[in-house]
Design a protein around this ligand. Structure first.
Ligand code: R5P
Length: 296
């Protein structure tokens, strides 16, 4: 039997792409938050004997994660043959080590919770830094969809003489892939973070790229202070106003407006988290990955 695809709110586009690709049915999911803050979750489409797939990006994760876990557990309980989770943005991956004594390593905790209710996972560019792969934290099979091909294609079509810039060493993995496909040079800056909104970057020897358009690429834009510091440093070095590309558009509080005000020439993100800046479509690649996980 074909799968049932359930979409959490605000996911216009992706569930339809998945249904179109795998030929399943769009399910109806009813979610309610009681006045005391508890969640009510109901699957209004039968799942018995079928594979159930839940599409839920985990921006604002503390509000969404429990509902996702409840929905997945309910599907199992109601007789779904398998349960798949499609999380275009996978939260909590940055806390991948105990930086200070006593800290919770939340990437591992979330990995255990999700692996306890689901049979497989599809996501886009999770923040893999000190965890080498998702298998280090998720005990279920997973597919990671890289955003680099779609970002490279966008740059090739939209930017003349780009210089790809990663704001920190961690971004080298994305920037190198994007630059190779866009056939452009790339550099990474040095970043020091002293607090949530206190970020410094240094940009040694970038003045030789003054004839190029800098394109900053990072996986997550949260407070945007990483991007803001990088924009400032590149402008100080005499480069043109940078284009800022983020994979996951978290934009906490007024981060988007602050980044615009800091001098970004343009801000473009992938559609893993719904946001006005979404301009790079990764839905087809995600749907393809889902097709590879489903057992018809
Ligand atoms: C860091 O490890 C990530 O790759 C991003 O650079 C970071 O999450 C961006 O955060 P913010 O926008 O708050 O500076």
């Amino acid at each position: 039997m074909k799968p049932v695809i359930f979409a959490f709110p605000a996911h216009a586009g992706l569930p339809q792409s998945i249904v179109a690709r795998v030929g399943g049915t769009a399910g109806t999911l009813f979610l309610h938050r009681f006045p005391d803050g508890e969640s009510y979750v109901r699957l209004d489409t039968p799942v018995e004997g079928r594979e159930a797939v839940f599409v839920c990006s985990l921006d604002n994760p503390d509000a969404k994660l429990l509902q996702l876990l409840f929905a997945a557990a309910a599907a199992k309980d109601l007789g779904a043959t398998r349960v798949g989770i499609v999380v275009p943005y996978l939260a909590y991956m940055r806390q991948d080590v105990r930086f200070k004594p006593g800290e919770a390593i939340t990437s591992v905790s979330v990995g255990k919770l999700v692996s306890g209710v689901a049979d497989w996972l599809v996501t886009v560019d999770p923040h893999l830094h000190r965890h080498a792969t998702l298998d280090a934290v998720y005990s279920i099979p997973s597919t990671v969809v890289p955003a680099a091909p779609a970002i490279s294609a966008w740059i090739a079509a939209s930017v003349a003489r780009p210089l790809l810039v990663g704001p920190d060493g961690e971004s080298a993995q994305w920037v190198a892939r994007v630059a190779a496909a866009a056939n452009a040079p790339w550099i990474v800056l040095d970043k020091s973070r002293h607090g949530d909104r206190d970020v410094e970057v240094s940009a040694p020897q970038v003045d030789r790229y003054r004839d190029r358009t800098p394109v900053l690429v990072d996986d997550i834009v949260s407070t945007a202070h990483t991007m803001i510091a990088a924009v400032g440093r590149l402008r100080e070095a005499g480069l043109a106003a940078p284009i800022c590309i983020g994979v996951h558009a978290l934009f906490a509080a007024n981060a988007y407006d602050e980044l615009k005000a800091a001098g970004a020439a343009r801000i473009v993100t992938c559609n893993t988290v719904p946001h006005a800046s979404n301009g790079i479509d990764v839905n087809a690649a995600v749907a393809e990955a889902v097709a590879g996980m489903i057992r018809a």
